[in-house]
Ligand binder design. Structure first.
Ligand SMILES: [Mg+2]
Length: 162
């Protein structure tokens, strides 16, 4: 069974440059604009039986970020029931392996994320990583692998996985 993990900030939600003070203010995450095309795609996928869709997002502590992110998902992506919120700075691959009680990831564990560090860690542990180009990232080449900012292409990349 394929599992697809979608990041929030800069992937399903807009990427917005902000200082720590703003990031930690109440409602900051709640007010991020959804990236409608990829969000609709993720919500549609979540209704399929042959695929499991997850939110996989990091949150800052000592503020309402976790609460805000949960509310954001309740409002914008109610179809996606599986939500993994991890502490900011956590290795996303390791946290998912722990949750799934697996020693490694496989090609059927797909991460869609805008952040090269997360993608590289995912790949290192055996998962399939796809870089989402949100119009602001992706200028460097810190991640070697598939990248797209187009939903049709993303669908092709996902279905090309064994
Ligand atoms: Mg992100």
């Amino acid at each position: 069974m394929k599992r697809i993990f979608f990041d929030l900030d800069g992937t399903l939600a807009e990427w917005k440059e902000a200082g720590m003070r703003e990031l930690k203010s109440r409602g900051y995450f709640l007010n991020l604009d959804p990236q409608t095309e990829i969000l609709d795609f993720a919500r549609k996928l979540a209704k399929k039986d042959n695929i499991e869709v997850y939110i996989l997002s990091a949150f800052l502590t000592d503020c309402t970020a976790l609460e805000d992110k949960n509310m954001w998902c309740d409002m914008k992506a109610p179809e996606i029931k599986n939500r993994n919120f991890v502490l900011n700075g956590t290795n996303k691959a390791l946290s998912v392996m722990k949750i799934l009680q697996k020693k490694s990831l496989t090609d059927e564990d797909i991460l869609v994320d805008d952040y090269s560090k997360n993608l590289n860690e995912w790949k290192k542990y055996g998962g399939k990583a796809i870089k989402w180009l949100n119009g602001k990232n992706g200028r460097g080449l810190k991640f070697e692998g598939p990248r797209t900012g187009n939903v049709d292409e993303l669908a092709r990349l996902i279905s090309s996985v064994a």
